[in-house]
Each structure stands twice: as structure tokens, then as C-alpha cells.
Design a protein around this ligand. Structure first.
Ligand code: NDP
Length: 344
């Protein structure tokens, strides 16, 4: 079977790519440019030389026609699409150009391309949504509330275009996911849809980090975790109160493609996270980091009287996903930072 993966060069995308190849899928990855492709580490070399992994340049993900060659030039028909490409940067100035339009028009283009070029062979599209599409930002910490797949972040495009970058990013995910569900409802294509909605995604990068990399230049979630905790004095306040390990998020994408029951479903893939809980788990799992991260008040993790909870159990029940422990995620996230500093 051949999967088309967009955003395969990204933090989550590389794990999805790696697991898809390990499972034996042929993969067609769309990349924005050769520069993006060169971000892939040597872990992928053998799949490239064997032809299991091939690429197609899609310089503008918002143009449906750009996908034609990705469908045409494969030896086996594409039966599934994992759509991850979407901007995740909070350091932007033009909300429309930098966040909303690529997310919305990029999602529309992938769906249209599957209809137009897929020759009826595509049976499911898995889209990376986000807890950002679920969390109602206007409600703040919302003590006592439990978020699940039933919830939506309700906001209009025009409101989002004038908002701050966090709000606009959350809106880009919510509006893009809504657009996708509406598309399949209206068009009744050959494929159905499943969406994966993680909150903060942490964990190691495929192949580790380059020596001496500037942590601020990493993908948004990894940069945020590193800069908020490493060599800082205080425990930061909760921003998104949930997280998932990148390896679990990647597996969820593949399971959502494979499991029949996942069709037509959205999955919140996350468990509780706050920085005190993260630091407590990290200090235990990686003792050598103890002097580099704030101690806070060990054990004083946020309760449901202080902040909303998330219910990520549907992914366990329907997909059979087992969440890694916070200790494992934190250890592997910070171990690679230390290794990058020392050049290991
Ligand atoms: P990265 O920034 O590491 O990867 C983003 C990927 O999308 C890259 O492959 C990038 O291509 C591509 N991309 C971004 N913007 C565009 C664009 N305008 N046109 C074409 N391609 C683009 O981020 P993540 O791996 O963290 O994010 C992947 C997906 O997961 C996104 O949909 C994001 O919203 C979602 N997500 C991430 C979370 C997190 O905490 N990391 C949480 C919840 C959801 P290129 O290599 O060319 O830059």
C-alpha cells in the first residue's frame, strides 16, 4: 500500500514517516523544496535508495493542481493520505498569510486532489488537527471542565485574522478541521476522514539534534519546552494543559488509517500536562539535569480545581493506543538537548 504524507519533513512528520516505513508501507512524501527534504536525517537513506520512500515537490500546498504528479508518478495507487503540513509558528505577523490561509487552503487542496487525482482509490485521509481546535481559549483555565472530542474552539475567520498569533493558530486548526468534515459530508468522496488532535507534542527528534543547535530554532513545541525550562528559575504557568509524546502521536496517525472503526472519528490524543508535573518527572528520569531546570514545589501539580482536564481515552479504546509516561517523554526530550550541547 502507498501512503501520501504531507509535512513529512516536520517534527511529527518524521516520526510518522519512520513508523510508516517500519510497518512496510510505500510512502510518497510531499516536500516544499529540496531544502526541506535535506532536513531528513540519514535514518531515511535506505528507504530512499530502495525506492520505498519517494518524494514529490509541492512548493505551494494550497494549489490542488500541484498534487497531480504525486498521484501520477507512483507505481502503486495511493490508498491513504496523512496530511500533517500546516504552519505551527507563534512568531508571525500576518495571521492570514502565515497561519490561516495555508492551513485552510492546504487542507482543501489535499481533499480536492484526492478526489480529482485519486481515481477512487483513496480510502481514508487522516488529518493532523490539534487540541487547539478543541480548547475554548475564551474560557481560560476552566476549572472542573473536561475537554474531549465533543468540544470545538468556535471562532470565525475574520475574528481570527485580527487576533494574536496563539488565537490565530488555534483558529487555523479549528477552521481547517471543520472545513475537512464539511467537505466529506457534502462531497461524499471515496474516502472517509479521521482526525488526530494532540495538545503540546514533546519527545525526541528522529536521529537526534545537530551539535550546538540553537534550541529557539527548533519546531515550536520543542523550542517552547526547552526555552521555558532549561536554565530557568521559575516554573512557567500552564499554557496548554495537556501533552502527548511525538512517538504516540505518530502511531495514532497510522492506527487511525488502519482501524476500520476510526473512520469518521476525531481523536484527542493527549493526557494532562503542567510544567511542575513535567519538571518533577524530568528530575526523576534524568538526574543529571537537576541543576539546569527549576525545582518549583515538587508534587504541587495542577489539580482539576485549578485547570481543565483532558479525556484522551477514546484513542486508547478505539485505536488501542497506550500513552507513554511523562517521565519517558521528558527524559528523551531533554537528553537530546544535552547531547546536542556536548556533541554526543
Ligand atoms: P513542524 O514545524 O516541525 O512541521 C511542519 C511541517 O509542515 C513541515 O514539514 C513543514 O514543511 C510543513 N509546512 C508548514 N507550513 C507549511 C506551508 N505553509 N506550506 C507547506 N508546508 C508547510 O511542526 P510539527 O511537526 O510540530 O507540526 C506538524 C503538524 O502537527 C501541524 O499540522 C501542526 O499544526 C500539528 N500539531 C503540532 C503540535 C505540536 O505541539 N508540535 C500540536 C498539535 C498539532 P517544511 O519542512 O518545508 O517547513
Amino acid at each position: 500500500q502507498t501512503l501520501l504524507i504531507t509535512g513529512a519533513t516536520g517534527f511529527i512528520g518524521q516520526h510518522v514517516l519512520q513508523q510508516a516505513l517500519q510497518k512496510g508501507y510505500n510512502v510518497r512524501a510531499t516536500v516544499r523544496s529540496d531544502g526541506s527534504k535535506s532536513k531528513l536525517p540519514s535514518e531515511f537513506d535506505s528507504a530512499i535508495s530502495s525506492g520505498q520512500l519517494t518524494f514529490d515537490n509541492v512548493s505551494d500546498i494550497t494549489a490542488t493542481a500541484n498534487y497531480e504528479s504525486a498521484f501520477k508518478d507512483t507505481s502503486h495507487p495511493i490508498t491513504g493520505i496523512l496530511h500533517l503540513a500546516s504552519p505551527f509558528s507563534l512568531n508571525v505577523t500576518d495571521m492570514k498569510k502565515d497561519l490561516l490561509d495555508p492551513a485552510l487552503d492546504g487542507t482543501r487542496a489535499v481533499l480536492e486532489a484526492a478526489v480529482r487525482f485519486g481515481q477512487g482509490q483513496v480510502r481514508r485521509i487522516v488529518i493532523t488537527s490539534s487540541f487547539a481546535a478543541i480548547l475554548d481559549l475564551k474560557q481560560g483555565y476552566r476549572p472542573g471542565y473536561t475537554y474531549s472530542e465533543k468540544d470545538w474552539f468556535e471562532i470565525s475567520y475574520d475574528e481570527a485574522a485580527k487576533a494574536d498569533s496563539t488565537t490565530a493558530y488555534c483558529a487555523s486548526k479549528s477552521l481547517a478541521e471543520k472545513l475537512a468534515w464539511e467537505f466529506v459530508k457534502q462531497q461524499k468522496p471515496s474516502f472517509d476522514l479521521a482526525t488526530i488532535a494532540p495538545a503540546w507534542v514533546f519527545g525526541p527528534h528522529v536521529g537526534g539534534l545537530e551539535r550546538g543547535v540553537d534550541f529557539k530554532s527548533l519546531n515550536e513545541s520543542s523550542a517552547s519546552l526547552a526555552t521555558k525550562l532549561l536554565d530557568q528559575k521559575d516554573i512557567p504557568p500552564i499554557d496548554f494543559g495537556a501533552y502527548a509524546d511525538v512517538r504516540d502521536v505518530a502511531l495514532a496517525h497510522l492506527l487511525a488509517f488502519e482501524k476500520k472503526e476510526a473512520g469518521g472519528e476525531r481523536f484527542l490524543v493527549s493526557t494532562h500536562f503542567d510544567y511542575q508535573a513535567g519538571v518533577d518527572a524530568l528530575r526523576e528520569a534524568l538526574p543529571e539535569i537537576k541543576t539546569r531546570v527549576p525545582e518549583g514545589k515538587p508534587g504541587a501539580v495542577a489539580t482539576k480545581e485549578q485547570v481543565y482536564q483532558v479525556d484522551g481515552s477514546k484513542a486508547e479504546k478505539v485505536l488501542g493506543l497506550r500513552y507513554r509516561s511523562l517521565g519517558e517523554t521528558m527524559r528523551d526530550s531533554f537528553k537530546e538537548l544535552l547531547d546536542s550541547e556536548t556533541g554526543k
